[in-house]
Design a protein around this ligand. Structure first.
Ligand SMILES: Cc1cc2nc3c(=O)[nH]c(=O)nc-3n(C[C@H](O)[C@H](O)[C@H](O)COP(=O)(O)OP(=O)(O)OC[C@H]3O[C@@H](n4cnc5c(N)ncnc54)[C@H](O)[C@@H]3O)c2cc1C
Ligand code: SF4
Ligand code: SF4
Length: 931
């Protein structure tokens, strides 16, 4: 391995990682498996990819192409050398709208391609649910399809040409050829000769035995041989799971953007009754016909990621069918027919609402997996496929089987094309459950076979089902599979064990009865998560943390590196928790590296379907890390920011001068390119102000930033409270403990939390609202104190319940004024607020009184407390700012940002001054007319 590593390092233009943490990070995907590779190569160019394959040939090691690793079958897991194409090989090389095709590198993400095509009115046909992160290479190799497979089919139907790198380092360009061309090629080329031979030998068997159903991904696509006049080898590569070669360039058809007239939602009390009508439903030519069951509906209702998006979901149906139509007349006819057949159904035409319905459908799988327990809806009989006409009878038998065996399963699927996602609940740590899984797999395989279906209509074979291909397809067809594999990969080194020669179902399970749990005593209370082990195990690997929109996960968005995803962090922690890394590695440098770029933005806590709370786990990790290695001076300083600010406030001018000197920054580990925010010349609490007596009272929680850095924000808030007739009680300043929590200084953070609770409790008991101006401080009290002080602490809840952010409070006030229009306003919401319930409070308030208000589609600003000031984090911090936030401010609007760090980041990145909402509302109050 050492020699291989040296050779790769010497010759490959790319990142090469053979360290234990990288190998652990790359040992999972969205499946139930875990296999540790020998190393990972992330090539920067196609040439580097080629060199890697040649070196692997020299050392005779297996190679495994990998995209976003969202596959559900373990198809990109192996002990060999992983080649990650997603970070650098992601260029769209050509868009040709005249001839309606694109040429792409394999690492291009489906949604990125669609965004580029949208400008021209086009898109890619297949639309996998994981489109926001799945790569074209992975889609090709899994022969992906989505909700619209009724009109677009699968990837195989869109392939024009594929450049395939073979295991020996040679490259072939495959495209459709006619019989004549094939016979000429067969004389010159061994590969084409073998393909010709396979067709000659097995055509009759394929005709007789191959399933003829709309969706099948199991096995190799031998039906490509049956077309009478032409042959397109690209169809064979589709669905081959990287076991024939690595696609380095893909030329695909594109289709005009789909315009839909609307959807019809059918609420069912009996799934089977609905399935009886599928054939009839298909007569109305929907472009999609999908279903979700009551378990997903239930999970969707309680998931923070679906908050505010499912008000249309009324009653308690057993299932929901979604039929989408391009033509309004088809939709209307369908709706009428369903109504007269006695179905309860509604029509939806509003694009936003339709999007929400699809979001619930798309997040179905993630939601099923989000249960906080080890008994989960896992993937093995995952995507069964039969003819849609037989679906009712098939599902009836399957339901009887489940009932008979006392099994429960989450169900959703593409009913229009006969492909069902069925996920029984299994606890892989129990021997009896693993045995149940094995038996169920065999029984269901028999049933699928009886119905002439396939075990996979969507996700392929991978480690879960390749072992069943001989049983499912029969000896002759399986022999043809083996010959095909051998023709492309005679040494069995291209992603071995996929499609053919698969290992047994129970091998390589991520969790199994023998998996240990190494108890790590935690400082924070992880009761809500079911303990630290389950908190990390909640990650099911679906890779949503690789998406490029919204909050989760800024460090991936800026680096495009798997190592900086939430998944990688959870996986690294899991490795110690399950004894795959020695316990001492919990505080290793490698563990520090994988967690280092986590900005503790809390994005994952809401946007990850499993609600993995990495910010909390990072705090816990840092606590242990400091215990093992001592704390740096910088972390000590930032964790006690309140205390140092208090000392600095004794002589603010001197401290401001000192802190801007290069040597002071160096000493502190602060970037040369930033200035620390200057202390205000007077503390907020020391400024003289006289308040009028009012009947109504409120409490202002005085945070560190308002007290020492931006008292003007507090002053503005006071004017607003006063104008609205409130007397403000301001308890003395006390840091909430957030800086210490972020830095893992947990005992100190706890001490501060206790002090804050003690200070605020009397007001909470009086029922007074406790208003906070700085989102992260107030939300620490609301959301993090139970972790610090325990879930059973009787004082935390009453205080947390009374705490409210300034914008939320303002939104509840009746304002009997008409305000002058102050022009264009853009709102950037603090990431901790975005991760909570009232993410849109500032926006909604402003929209009530101003005409031109826009929300910036930003995630985290990139500053994240002290993160952006730290020397080694400066570049990434600015990169994150540049993703969405800075570009949105180019037209110099009025900017509202309630976070102190966000305002500083905006000022550094754009040289514009953002206002706190209190400052803007003060301005508004100077420009109003009483109604
Ligand atoms: C929640 C969820 C929902 C899903 N929904 C759908 C869906 O609607 N439709 C669907 O089809 N799938 C779905 N999937 C499965 C998966 O997301 C898709 O198949 C996706 O296209 C895989 O892309 P990827 O980049 O993640 O591939 P990976 O998982 O990285 O790889 C998949 C396979 O492709 C191979 N591969 C990767 N790159 C190359 C290359 N350049 N050359 C050759 N082989 C390569 C790998 O070796 C592996 O065998 C879903 C998965 C999840 C977790
Ligand atoms: S952290 Fe969440 S979003 Fe990321 S892979 Fe794990 S479960 Fe999926
Ligand atoms: S807290 Fe933010 S940066 Fe950290 S893993 Fe979660 S989403 Fe990523």
């Amino acid at each position: 391995m050492k020699a291989l590593l040296q050779a790769l390092k010497a010759h490959v233009d790319g990142e090469i990682h053979f360290d234990p943490i990288h190998r652990k990070v790359y040992s999972v995907d969205a499946s139930i498996y875990e296999v540790e590779p020998m190393g990972v190569v992330i090539p920067r160019t196609t040439e580097a990819l080629l060199t890697t394959v040649k070196i692997a040939q020299e050392f005779k090691v297996p190679i495994i192409p990998r995209g976003a690793a969202t596959g559900i079958t373990g198809s990109c897991l192996s002990t060999g050398l992983i080649i990650d194409t997603s970070k650098y090989l992601n260029r769209i090389k050509e868009i040709n709208t005249e001839k309606q095709y694109v040429v792409c590198e394999p690492g291009v993400v489906q949604d990125h391609l669609n965004a580029a095509l949208a400008k021209y009115g086009y898109r890619l046909g297949p639309d996998t649910s994981t489109g926001d992160r799945a790569t074209l290479g992975g889609m090709l190799a899994n022969n992906s399809a989505g909700a619209h497979s009724l009109i677009y089919g699968t990837m195989a139907d869109h392939l024009l040409e594929v450049e395939l790198l073979l295991v020996d380092g040679t490259s072939r360009r495959f495209k459709e050829i006619d019989e004549q061309e094939w016979s000429v090629l067969a004389q010159q080329d061994e590969l084409y000769k073998t393909l010709w031979h396979i067709r000659e030998q097995y055509a009759d068997d394929i005709r007789k035995q191959f399933p003829t159903i709309p969706r099948r991904v199991s096995g190799y696509n031998l039906d490509a041989f049956l077309k009478s006049d032409t042959f397109n080898p690209c169809r064979l590569i589709a669905g081959s799971e990287g076991s024939l070669g690595i696609a380095t360039e893909i030329k695909m058809k594109i289709v005009p953007i789909l315009h839909v007239a609307g959807i019809c939602l059918i609420f069912l009390d009996d799934i089977l009754k609905g399935m009886q009508a599928i054939e009839k439903m298909l007569q109305y030519q929907p472009c999609a016909l999908e279903m979700i069951d009551e378990k997903i509906i239930y999970m969707g209702r309680s998931s923070p990621s679906m908050l505010g998006k499912i008000s249309w979901l009324t009653g308690n149906p057993q299932a929901l069918f979604i039929a989408e139509f391009q033509l309004a007349e088809d939709l209307n006819r369908f709706h009428k027919a369903m109504q007269s057949a006695g179905y309860s159904c509604i029509v939806m035409r509003d694009a936003k609402q339709i999007e929400n319905v699809w979001e619930l459908r798309k997040s179905g799988l993630g939601l099923l997996l989000s249960k906080r327990s080890y008994s989960r809806a896992i993937a093995f009989i995952e995507d069964l496929s039969v003819a849609p006409q037989k679906l009712h009878s098939f599902m009836k038998k399957l339901s009887e089987y489940f009932k008979d065996k006392g099994e429960t399963a989450g169900i959703y699927g593409h009913i229009g094309s006969g492909c069902m996602h069925i996920r029984p609940y299994i606890d892989l740590r129990k021997k009896s459950d693993v045995a149940r899984m094995q038996q169920m797999m065999l029984d269901v395989a028999d049933l699928v076979h009886e119905y002439g279906g396939a075990l996979s209509g969507e996700h392929g074979d991978g480690l879960i089902r390749s072992w069943l291909n001989e049983k499912m397809f029969g000896k002759r067809i399986y022999q043809a599979f083996l010959e095909l594999k051998n023709a492309f990969d005679p040494e069995n080194r291209m992603n071995p064990g996929k499609v053919v020669n698969g290992p047994p179902l129970q091998q390589n399970l991520r969790l199994d009865p023998s998996t240990p749990i190494v108890e790590i005593p935690t400082f924070l209370n992880f009761e809500k998560e079911g303990g630290l082990a389950l908190a990390a195990d909640l990650c099911n690997g679906n890779g949503l943390c690789r998406k490029s929109k919204n909050l989760m996960c800024p460090s991936f968005q800026a680096t495009q590196d798997e190592f900086h995803t939430t998944r990688a962090r959870a996986q690294a922690l899991r490795s110690v928790i399950h004894g795959r890394l020695p316990a001492k590695d919990f505080t290793s440098q490698g563990m520090h590296d994988v967690l280092d770029l986590c900005l503790e933005c809390k994005g994952c806590k809401t946007e990850c379907p499993s609600e993995v709370d990495m910010a909390k786990m990072k705090s816990e990790f840092l606590y242990h890390y400091h215990k093992a290695h001592g704390i740096s001076w910088r972390s000590y300083f930032f964790s006690r920011l309140g205390l140092f600010s208090k000392l600095g406030a004794l002589s603010p001018s001197l401290i401001n001068k000192l802190s801007s000197l290069s040597f002071a920054k160096k000493l502190l580990g602060v970037s040369e390119k930033r200035n620390l925010p200057p202390l205000a010349l007077g503390r907020f609490s020391k400024r003289q102000r006289k308040q009028a007596k009012h009947e109504k009272q409120i409490v202002l929680f005085l945070d560190t930033f308002t007290e020492f850095y931006c008292p003007e924000v507090g002053e503005a808030a006071l004017s607003v409270f006063e104008a609205l007739g409130y007397e403000v009680i301001i308890p003395s300043w006390s840091c909430c403990g957030r800086p210490a929590l972020s830095k893992g200084e947990l005992p100190y953070s706890k001490k501060l939390a206790e002090r804050v609770v003690k200070t605020l409790l009397p007001y909470a008991e009086l029922g007074l609202p406790i208003i906070g101006l700085e989102p992260s401080c107030l939300l620490t009290i609301k959301e993090d104190y139970t972790g610090l002080l325990g879930h059973d602490n009787p004082h935390v809840k009453p205080v947390a319940e009374r705490c409210i952010l300034f914008d939320e409070w303002l939104l509840q006030q009746h304002l009997p004024f008409e305000f002058k229009d102050l022009g264009r306003i853009k709102v950037h919401t603090h990431c901790h607020q975005k991760a909570g319930k009232n993410k849109k409070a500032t926006l909604e308030f402003l929209q009530k009184c101003q005409r031109q208000v826009e929300e910036i589609p930003s995630g985290c600003c990139g500053m994240a407390g002290s993160f952006g000031y730290e020397t080694e984090h400066f570049e990434i911090s600015m990169k994150i700012g540049n993703l969405h936030l800075f570009p949105a401010l180019q037209d110099s609007p009025t900017i509202i940002a309630n976070g102190f760090s966000c305002r500083n980041q905006i000022s550094h990145g754009t040289h514009q001054q953002a206002l706190h909402l209190s400052e803007f509302v003060k301005l508004l109050f100077q420009n109003f007319t009483c109604l």
